[in-house]
Design a protein around this ligand. Structure first.
Ligand SMILES: C=C1C[C@]23C[C@@]1(O)CC[C@H]2[C@@]12CC[C@H](O)[C@@](C)(C(=O)O1)[C@H]2[C@@H]3C(=O)O
Ligand SMILES: O=C(O)CCC(=O)C(=O)O
Ligand SMILES: [Fe+2]
Length: 298
């Protein structure tokens, strides 16, 4: 168990008690992917929130459970073992340090590139399994989530009356697409009340730079999004659904019609949160700009 000392916790950004408690928000748009009218609802959700929840998806539960259980095993390993799969530069195991700007959070994570050959050996040796098992578990999950992302992006193009409708999804399908996969683990922080704080920042506020982010978490909440009115709201967790974020690249391609949603994660004092996120991005060589009317059907 991680024991926090006062000097340790002082390094972490907190949400103080004096702040108004963030409220759970039950009006997050829910998109039923099996319904034919979902394209217009997706467009509305991207305009209003840059965020929505997806139900009735085709991602097999066994792919989710298999990868989640490997991730739980990995994060339960001794820190000295996990560090052998790091540092995250940018790919690998990372702990508390997020990105290159000196940001810190109460989180540990695994970051992988989905399109370049990735060395699973270090992760496999922490788990004591064949690297091929881990590669297969990641590939099964990521391929299914990528397929769903493309379906969403095609519906979205249809809803915007943009043709051809694969104008966004083809960027994810490109073999050079700069897509990443991340597993975040936010350990509980039991001593947090002692520090007169309600929550510790797990992952500080940011937007995702890619086109689309697809998040699935266990049943521990913590994710918050910033509404247009400037209020942070907590997203109720739902382990059977996916949560979709508009990323910066999609904001640019829609000329600001869709907003890349600001979000953050707060820790819980009792339960740990485990989230798996696929970030679908364009190839690094792709020039991103507004999708112009020449694509549109008149
Ligand atoms: C604090 C940061 C981490 C991040 C780079 C950034 O400066 C702002 C965006 C962050 C993010 C969010 C989505 C992905 O998790 C990520 C890999 C990315 O592409 O942008 C992370 C970056 C990171 O952890 O390096
Ligand atoms: O872990 C989460 O729930 C969200 C984290 C996140 O926003 C990110 O990794 O970009
Ligand atoms: Fe994010």
């Amino acid at each position: 168990m991680v024991v926090l000392t006062k000097p340790t916790i002082d390094h972490f950004p907190i949400v103080k008690n004096s702040f108004k408690s963030p409220s759970f928000f039950n009006d997050i748009p829910v998109i039923d992917l099996s319904k034919p009218d979902s394209k217009n609802l997706i467009v509305n959700a991207c305009e209003e929130f840059g965020f929505f929840k997806v139900i009735n998806h085709d991602v097999p539960m066994e792919f989710i459970s298999k990868l989640e259980s490997e991730a739980i095993k990995f994060f339960s390993s001794p820190l000295s073992e996990k560090l052998k799969a790091g540092p995250a530069d940018p790919f690998g195991y990372g702990n508390k340090k997020i990105g290159q700007n000196g940001d810190i959070g109460w989180v540990e994570y695994i970051l992988l590139s989905t399109n370049s050959e990735f060395n699973y050996q270090k992760f496999a040796s922490v788990l004591g399994v064949n690297p091929e098992n881990i590669r297969a578990a990641v590939n099964d999950y990521v391929s299914a989530v990528k397929k769903m992302s493309c379906e969403i992006l095609e519906k979205l193009a249809e809803g915007l009356n943009i043709h051809p409708t694969n104008v966004f999804s083809k960027l994810l399908m490109d073999e050079k697409s700069d897509s990443v996969f991340r597993v975040n683990h936010y350990p509980p922080c039991p001593d947090i009340q002692e520090f007169n704080a309600k929550n510790l920042i797990g992952f500080g506020e940011h937007t995702d730079p890619q086109i689309i982010s697809v998040l699935r978490s266990n049943n521990t909440s913590g994710l918050q999004i910033l509404l247009k009115n400037g209020h942070w709201i907590s997203v109720p967790s739902d382990q059977n659904s996916f949560f979709i974020n508009v990323g910066d690249s999609l904001q640019v391609m829609t000329n600001g019609r869709f907003k890349s949603v600001k979000h953050r994660v707060l820790t819980n004092s009792v339960k740990s949160r485990l989230s798996m996120i696929y970030f679908g991005g364009p190839p690094l060589t792709e020039k991103i700009g507004e999708i112009r009317r020449r694509f549109a059907r008149h």
